[in-house]
Ligand binder design. Structure first.
Ligand code: RFL
Ligand code: PHB
Length: 389
């Protein structure tokens, strides 16, 4: 088999890359380890930055997003018994859209398949060779047959646990946090129209949603927590305490999904090795407090598609040579913002009294100063794709 771009992984990064390339007449094949049903049901991110939504609109992927996505013009920071709104619309004139990652993935798969795109689900034993000049991806198809995919370049979009990062030895920056998130999806109508990030002496809590009938909620828990040890009643009680504010009621309902997510900051440098380009979680992980993971994956492949098209059309290498540096600047900005939000909002297990007071001071300043609130808003709604400060 032969294609121009061999894409490993059908998450938001791999699927969107395939779509962007197809719009410029570049062929690709997407190889995915899981089944279509599995990737379409995987519950993950929910917040789309402004530049993400703009890009999806520009490339014809936003029909359902525009109908069903929930536009938010701010978030609340809740601490010390008070609720403080950060008004994105007023501060930076832009907002975010709440639309589940699995909805983005469904829209992308449908668009690719409608357009004759080649996505192979349930592949295994993926290998990558020939990265100096003529890449070959080996894989076993769903039918058990061993195949070889020859391509001009490989896009490693296979997430944090994928194999493509292992094709070379990048420099790795890795920090794990001493806490995790217990997340639930509940069949309960949201009672508040925006996200609430709460810093409470018992730990962080986040109030989010997925639609008019579904609430998405998270609690800070110790890193080794087994989700099964938390009963639904305990979860609702703890959410009630941590999110408490005057006039705020939490609608409870059946818990339809429950899981624990670890928190880490991770970056692999560079994001390119010969003809291999890493994008999304394959190259970097942020703690979810800044809602940046999927958005970064989308920003990476936007830059990558714009670099690959001139290279594949007429051998222009300027874009591919700049790819890693261009992405890493934006990645480190998002790493910083996500680390900053995480440290401001979570309670450290050692409960250091100085750290606690510094946190509260930072929170009070962030909600009281227009300059500080604007900085949060600008980062949260998302900096433009391409070169970052
Ligand atoms: P993905 O989505 O992990 O996709 C990688 C795909 O590669 C496949 N794969 C392989 N395929 C073939 N061969 C192999 N050897 C393979 N190994 C793996 C996998 O099956 C998978 O389909 O990576 P991608 O595309 O880079 O996308 C990244 C995002 O998924 C991720 O950053 C976000 O989900 C992170 N995230 C959030 N991001 C946001 O932007 N906003 C949020 O609000 C947000 N909240 C979150 C999150 C992640 C969370 N969890 C569960 C980690 C909340 C949570 C709880
Ligand atoms: C979500 O809705 O899943 C969500 C929202 C904001 C975050 C992380 C996750 O920071």
């Amino acid at each position: 088999m032969r294609t121009q771009v061999g894409i490993v992984g059908a998450g938001p990064a791999g699927l969107l890359l395939s779509h962007l390339l197809a719009r410029s007449g570049v062929d690709s094949v997407v190889l995915e380890a899981r089944s279509r049903t599995y990737v379409e049901r995987r519950v993950r991110a929910g917040v789309l930055e402004h530049p993400t939504v703009e890009l999806l609109r520009e490339v014809g992927l936003a029909d359902r997003l525009d109908r069903e996505g929930m536009r938010h013009e701010g978030i609340s920071l809740r601490f010390d018994g008070g609720d403080h709104r950060i008004d994105f619309a007023d501060l930076v004139g832009r907002g975010i859209t709440v639309y589940g990652q699995q909805e983005v993935v469904k829209d992308l798969i449908a668009a690719r398949l409608d357009d004759g795109g080649d996505i192979r689900f349930e592949v295994s034993e993926v290998t990558i060779d020939g990265l100096a000049d003529s890449p070959v991806i080996g894989f076993t198809g769903a039918d058990g047959r061993r195949e070889e995919l020859h391509c001009d370049v490989v896009a490693g979009c296979d997430g944090f646990h994928g194999i493509s990062r292992g094709a070379f030895v990048p420099e790795v920056f890795d920090r794990q946090y001493p806490f995790a998130w217990l997340g639930i999806l509940a069949k309960a109508a949201p009672t508040h129209h925006e996200l609430v990030y709460a810093n409470h002496p018992n730990g962080f809590a986040l109030y989010s949603m997925r639609g008019p009938e579904i609430t998405r909620l998270y609690l800070q828990v110790p890193p080794d927590t087994d989700a099964g040890t938390w009963s639904d009643t305990q979860i609702w009680d703890e959410l009630g305490s941590r999110l408490a504010a005057e006039g705020f009621t939490l609608n409870e309902g059946p818990v339809i999904e429950k899981g624990v997510t670890g928190m880490r900051s991770f970056v692999a440098e560079p994001m390119r090795h010969g003809r291999l380009f890493l994008a999304g979680d394959a190259a970097h992980i942020v703690p979810p407090t800044g809602a940046k993971g999927m958005n970064l994956a989308i920003a990476d492949v936007h830059v990558l598609a714009e670099a690959l098209v001139p290279f594949l059309r007429h051998g222009d290498e300027s874009g591919i040579d700049a790819y890693s540096d261009t992405c890493l600047r934006r990645v480190w900005r998002a790493e910083h913002f996500s680390w900053w939000m995480t440290s401001m909002l979570h309670v450290a297990p050692d409960d250091d009294p100085i750290a606690r007071r510094l946190q509260l001071s930072q929170l009070r300043y962030t909600v009281a100063s227009r300059a500080a609130a604007t900085s949060l808003a600008e980062n949260y709604v998302g900096l433009p794709h391409g070169v970052s400060p």
